[in-house]
Design a protein around this ligand. Sequence first.
Ligand code: ZN
Length: 263
Amino acid sequence: MLELAKIAFPDVKRLAESGRALTILPVGVVEEHGAHLPLGLDSFAAEIYAAAAAPHLEEKGYEVVVAPTISYGVARAAIEFPGTLSLEPGTLRSMVVEIGRSLARHGLDRLVVLNGHRDLHHMKALDDARKVLVEEKSARVLCVGFASDPDMTAACYREGVKHLYRSPRPDREGHGGESETSVALNSFPELVKGDVLKTLDANFDYDIEAFRNETKDYGTISGGRGYFGWPQAATAETGKQLVAIRGRNIADVILNAWGVPRA
Ligand SMILES: [Zn+2]
């Protein structure tokens, strides 16, 4: 796996000429995830899943290049929390379209947008960008991770992970809960506030329809806690397995859609 920002232009030329290049663009956000987790969690998670998916794609002949992460996104539901930043959806769409066009101009025309942030307007902006790039024939584009298509999200993030939950209410685990806290404990433990985590109670009794449909803000739905589920159920071991399984899932989704590159 190569990082686009760390290689030089002749490497890009070689990648493009190989016909086997596949670019992953991680997308996240700056958004509260409870008092125990860092604001950049979704961006870090997108990068971690990209790195976990890459070896499976390389095994099948792709040359994976990861573009610098878009660390800003649309985050309206949690906008009242200090530190949450939001773009307008059109801004995010334009960024992805323009990055996609630039990559394609240099022959990097297989683009996977790997999104770590669940927000309906954010996901729609990414899907709109995909449509623009596909319709103008700039690039082949897949939106994976949290996607407008709920089946895609399930195939990437939910497939094969149910047994990992220690929470008594896995159906109530969400933003800032067991899953995201586990990934953080495994992949960037230095950014998890362990002393705060110890004090957090379970938040199962919330308006799940309002959470899913984003009809009320996170502060209101969570009683100011900013997380959904039971963060204390999280372990680094769970996080390790979540990363491995979801990386594999994402690679499988890409391979199912595009097959293997021609030698
Ligand atoms: Zn998140």
